[in-house]
Ligand binder design. Structure first.
Ligand SMILES: NC(=O)c1ccc[n+]([C@@H]2O[C@H](COP(=O)([O-])OP(=O)(O)OC[C@H]3O[C@@H](n4cnc5c(N)ncnc54)[C@H](OP(=O)(O)O)[C@@H]3O)[C@@H](O)[C@H]2O)c1
Length: 241
């Protein structure tokens, strides 16, 4: 895969490479789309909030540069439609960022069993479906797969079922990396510390900004083909946990 937009060998087309992002309607996903556009990528914006995505796609230059695809990542058929929409619009996918996810309260007596179910379906099953749906296109492009895990996917937080789901995502990234060895696809786990996004009901203090994580994503996908950045863990300076 060439990620240099001026390189005439870019694989999805002869123009700008294509980045598909789930969870693109807000926070880290939206910031990554913004920075990717500035760095010469076309973007496929996926999430459930169709209106927000349409507005973002319009800001990013409209259908030649950015498309919005309503997709609930827990729905396999919706994920397949998302990939088809990307291929119809742009002919290929050079990088796929499985980023959709949400958190919950700490404590095994907190939240509801239904909240846990949705969290597993979104954070774990949804990410796995994105991998499954994008492998054929990424194989054709010799592309790049990225997953948003978390610092909570590297260390256990007390009573955090969210941390359990993110450990699964960390394992999934390594499992996918080994499975995809030999295909030319690179795999990167993005592991943010605390980031100031709508993920939190109350605005966090001393947190990273969404753009700080977007830069990590763009760093990973801008490396030459022989470099596979497997994990990037980014905390705000002096985060305790
Ligand atoms: N903020 C942090 O401190 C932090 C730290 C570490 C890791 N993370 C991870 O970073 C990722 C992005 O979170 P964020 O902080 O940017 O929070 P956010 O602003 O709340 O963004 C979450 C995104 O996920 C989407 N989403 C949720 N459920 C979905 C579903 N079923 N199908 C499709 N899209 C879905 C949301 O869009 P719709 O509601 O429109 O579907 C939204 O675009 C998550 O995986 C989160 O766990 C965040």
């Amino acid at each position: 895969m060439s990620t240099d937009p001026t390189d005439a060998t870019a694989s999805s087309s002869q123009t700008e490479p294509v980045l598909l992002i789930t969870g693109a309607s807000s926070g880290i996903g939206a910031a990554t789309a913004r920075l990717a556009r500035r760095e010469g990528w076309r973007v496929v914006l996926a999430a459930r909030s169709a209106e927000k995505l349409e507005a973002l796609a319009a800001e990013h230059g409209g259908p030649e540069q950015a498309i919005a695809v309503a997709c609930d990542v827990t729905d396999w058929e919706a994920q397949q439609r998302m990939v088809q929409a990307a291929l119809d619009a742009f002919e290929g996918i050079d990088a796929a960022f499985a980023n959709a996810g949400f958190g919950g309260a700490r404590g095994f007596l907190k939240d509801t069993p239904e909240h846990w179910r949705e969290m597993v379906l979104t954070n774990v099953y949804g990410a796995a479906l994105t991998i499954r749906a994008t492998i054929p296109a990424l194989t054709s492009s010799q592309g790049h797969l990225l997953l948003t895990s978390s610092v909570a996917g590297r260390r256990v937080l007390p009573g955090s079922f969210y941390s359990v789901t993110k450990h699964a995502v960390t394992a999934m990234g390594e499992a996918a990396r080994q499975d995809l060895n030999g295909t030319g696809i690179r795999v990167t786990l993005i592991e943010p510390g605390m980031v100031d996004t709508p993920f939190f009901e109350n605005k966090p203090t001393d947190a990273l900004q969404d753009d700080d994580i977007a830069r990590a994503v763009l760093y990973a996908i801008s490396q030459p083909p022989h470099v596979d950045v497997n994990e990037i863990l980014v905390r705000p300076t002096a985060q305790a946990g």
